[in-house]
Design a protein around this ligand. Structure first.
Ligand code: HEC
Ligand code: HEC
Length: 335
């Protein structure tokens, strides 16, 4: 009895975790809102809409123009480019986005449906003048004039295309893009050889010395919260106040949503403004304690002084979060 307790205490303090504890890291089924149940026709339709240029002004861009499918939907440039030129922020990955309780770096949308910008009263990429600059009413009329789409909307919703139905189809598709087959998920589901020895050491650092799990919490690797981690301001904006723009609470200045980290091994950029371009730069940032000169930085960010080997192990762990199948979504044939 005493021995077991001692083992548990030690395992806890070193963050190694009892073998059985791995289940806390298992991704749960993705939550589905009551007013948008999943069905195969809806998911297929959402897949097509995500790739359709006709959702934008002058058929100039689709969602995938800013969210590169081969990198989990993460942006191919440090800041995204839309109708208004360069935006202030980097396009985050859509992998696991169905698990977030709010969307955008500042959490200004409450659901994936709202996020699209096709729901009445909610600005998002389809309708935002600086992004796809579409007119939702015109898009709806156009989709309803295409027999193939009309049939598909009828099959998915039992009605014609509408702003809300466009939003719901896209959201339903996004809810299928989850990293459930990543090596790390196979590992926590019992395949002990799914990740390397280096990734296992990195996982221990993630839970222990690195204190990463204070914010990148199990089971989603996000607390669905907002933090200022001292990321340098780069790009066209002089200052991005992040969550403050939504809450107007001075304590929220420079806070951004904690990302899920899944598939980040394939991203070309990191952080809300694309300030970093490799996982090593990210890990170096944390190792030196972020930006201690930033008075608003979260006290959970402290100097870690990771060794070169610890950094490589942490990166091996982060790479084990990539589900390659979500990076291979194909461009569908459009009606
Ligand atoms: C012009 C480039 C651009 C286009 C086109 C675009 N996005 Fe985005 N997307 C972004 C940027 C930039 C952000 C982050 C903006 C912010 O946080 O303020 C974002 C955020 C998101 C998010 C939030 C993810 C999260 O973690 O909170 C989702 C989901 C998303 N986009 C899906 C879409 C869909 C679906 C479409 C097509 C209907 C689309 N995007 C079109 C650039 C774009
Ligand atoms: C205080 C909370 C907190 C802690 C502790 C923390 N993170 Fe983060 N992490 C965040 C937030 C918030 C962001 C986004 C910040 C931004 O864009 O300005 C982020 C971004 C990242 C990203 C970039 C992902 C992307 O999609 O751009 C990686 C990778 C990452 N963290 C890994 C780690 C690792 C590894 C550790 C431990 C060494 C760690 N984090 C510790 C909150 C935290």
């Amino acid at each position: 009895m005493k021995k077991t307790l001692l083992f548990l205490a030690l395992a806890g303090s070193f963050g190694i975790g009892h073998a059985d504890d791995l289940s806390i890291w298992k991704l749960p089924p993705v939550p589905v809102p009551k007013d948008n149940p999943m069905n195969a026709a809806k998911v297929e339709l959402g897949h097509e809409l995500l790739f359709d240029f006709r959702l934008s002004k002058n058929d100039s861009m689709n969602c995938a123009s800013c969210h590169l499918p081969a990198t989990g939907g993460a942006g191919p440039t440090p800041r995204a480019f839309g109708h208004g030129g360069e935006l202030g922020r980097w396009a985050p990955s859509w992998v696991n986005s169905g698990y977030y309780t709010s969307l955008f770096w500042d959490g200004r949308a409450d659901s994936l449906e709202q996020q699209t910008g096709a729901m009445p009263g909610h600005m998002g990429p389809i309708s935002a003048p600086g992004e796809m600059a579409g007119d939702v009413k015109e898009i709806v009329d156009r989709l309803n004039s295409i027999p193939g789409y009309r049939r598909q909307f009828q099959k998915a919703f039992g009605e014609d295309a509408s702003g809300p139905n466009i939003a719901k189809a896209i959201a339903a598709y996004e809810r299928t893009l989850n990293a459930v087959n990543s090596p790390f998920q196979r590992y926590v589901n019992g395949d002990r050889s799914a990740i390397s020895a280096s990734a296992k050491r990195g996982f221990a650092i993630f839970q222990g010395k690195g204190q990463c799990m204070s914010c990148h919490m199990p089971p989603l690797l996000t607390d669905n919260g907002f933090h200022n981690i001292g990321v340098p301001q780069v790009g066209p904006l002089k200052e991005d106040l992040g969550r403050y723009d939504v809450t107007k609470n001075p304590a929220d200045k420079g806070k951004f949503k904690t990302p899920s980290l899944y598939n980040s091994g394939t991203f070309a950029f990191y952080m809300h403004d694309g300030a970093f371009s490799s996982l090593l730069e990210v890990v170096d940032h944390y190792s030196k304690g972020g930006n201690p000169a930033d008075k608003n930085q979260d006290p959970l960010i402290t100097k870690l002084d990771l060794t070169g080997k610890e950094k490589l192990d942490l990166i091996a762990f982060l790479n084990s979060l990539t589900d390659e199948s979500v990076d291979k979504i194909h461009e569908p044939k459009l009606p």
